[in-house]
Design a protein around this ligand. Structure first.
Ligand code: SF4
Length: 299
C-alpha cells in the first residue's frame, strides 16, 4: 500500500501496462438527458471492477480489462480547441474510465482538462472512485457550475475488495466526499451498481453515513448481469465467505426491495435519492456511468 493524500491506495501492479497516444477528438456528444458531452482522459481503467460495462462498449475482452491504460496525451489541448467551436454544454468526466486512477497522478490529463473547462466557463460533473480527486479542489471551487461525486456502491469494504480490489477503499472515498462537501462543493454518490447489504449495513445506516459525509444527492441502479458481467463477478466471489450474500447483487426482486428501503431511508436523512430504472431491458446500459444529473426523470 502507498499513501496518497493520507489515504492508503494499492501499489500499481507490475503487470499493468501504460501506453500513450494522441487523439483528434476529446469531447463526445452524450445521448443521455442532462449531459451534453463526455470527456474520457484515458482508455482502460486500473480499477478493473468485475461488473464494469465498459469492456462491452469498447469491444474489449473482459479478461483484459484492468490490465492496461492508454493515456490520451494531447486530450486537454484538443479540448481547448473544441470549447472554442462547439456549443457550451455540461461535460461529464468521465464515462468510460476513472479520471483519477493512479496514472492521473503523473499525467494530469484530467487536471489540464479541468483548467481548460474552467477558463471556458463550461459546467462539469466529475465522478471517480479515487480520493486523488481532492488534489483538484482548488479548481473545483472556482467553477460557476459543478457537481463532484464518488462511486460508493457499498459501505462494506470486504465486499468492495472482492469486486473492485484495485479501487481505493471505501473509507478513503467517504473522507474524500466529506472534504469535498467541506470545501462547499455539491456532492453526489453513485451507488451503482448497488451491492446487496452485507456486514450488517441496513438502509438506515447507509443513508446516515452518506448524510454525515455531506452528500446531497445519490443515484443508484441495479447490476446489469449481461455480457459476461455476472459471470466475471461470480468468479471473483467463488469461495468467499461473502459469496452467498453478494450473489444477491443479480437478484432483481431482492435488490428492488433493498433499493426501495434505501430510498425511504435517504428521504428521512435528507439525501435526494434517485434511481435509474429501465424496465424494458432491465438496465439496458448506454455508453456511460449513470450520473445524478442524468437520471432525474427516471430515478
Ligand atoms: S472505476 Fe468505473 S470505469 Fe473503472 S473499472 Fe470500475 S466501473 Fe469500470
Amino acid at each position: 500500500m502507498d499513501e496518497l493524500l493520507g489515504i492508503s491506495v494499492p501499489s500499481p501492479r507490475e503487470s499493468f501496462s501504460i501506453r500513450e497516444t494522441t487523439v483528434r477528438q476529446a469531447l463526445r456528444p452524450d445521448p443521455l438527458p442532462g449531459i451534453d458531452y463526455s470527456f474520457n482522459p484515458y482508455v482502460g481503467c486500473y480499477h478493473g471492477c468485475a461488473f464494469c460495462y465498459v469492456p462491452r462498449l469498447l469491444q474489449i475482452d473482459r479478461a483484459e480489462w484492468g490490465t492496461s491504460v492508454v493515456v490520451k496525451r494531447n486530450a486537454a489541448s484538443v479540448l481547448a480547441k473544441e470549447t472554442k467551436r462547439l456549443p457550451r454544454g455540461l461535460v461529464a468526466i468521465s464515462t468510460a474510465t476513472d479520471p483519477y486512477q493512479f496514472v492521473e497522478g503523473k499525467y494530469r490529463i484530467t487536471r489540464h482538462a479541468l483548467e481548460v473547462l474552467l477558463r471556458a466557463d463550461w459546467p462539469v460533473s466529475v465522478l471517480s472512485r479515487s480520493p486523488l480527486m481532492l488534489r483538484d479542489v482548488d479548481l473545483f471551487t472556482r467553477f460557476r457550475s459543478i457537481e463532484v461525486g464518488m462511486s460508493v456502491p457499498t459501505l462494506d469494504d470486504q465486499a468492495r475488495a472482492l469486486l473492485e480490489p484495485w479501487a481505493p477503499p471505501i473509507e478513503g472515498r467517504l473522507r474524500c466526499l466529506r472534504a469535498l462537501a467541506d470545501a462547499g462543493l455539491p456532492t453526489f454518490v453513485g451507488f451503482a451498481p448497488a451491492y446487496p447489504p452485507t456486514a450488517g449495513w441496513t438502509p438506515e445506516r447507509i443513508a446516515d453515513v452518506f448524510a454525515s459525509a455531506g452528500v446531497k444527492k445519490m443515484f443508484s441502479r441495479v447490476l446489469d448481469p449481461r455480457w459476461g458481467a455476472r459471470d466475471a463477478m461470480l468468479a471473483r466471489l467463488a469461495g468467499s465467505p461473502l459469496e452467498g450474500e453478494l450473489r444477491r447483487i443479480s437478484d432483481i426482486a431482492y435488490m428492488d426491495r433493498f433499493l426501495d428501503a434505501l430510498a425511504d431511508a435517504c428521504d428521512a436523512s435528507g439525501v435526494d435519492f434517485r434511481r435509474w430504472r429501465d424496465d424494458s431491458a432491465r438496465n439496458e446500459f448506454t455508453a456511460r456511468h449513470a450520473r445524478a444529473s442524468t437520471v432525474l426523470p427516471a430515478e
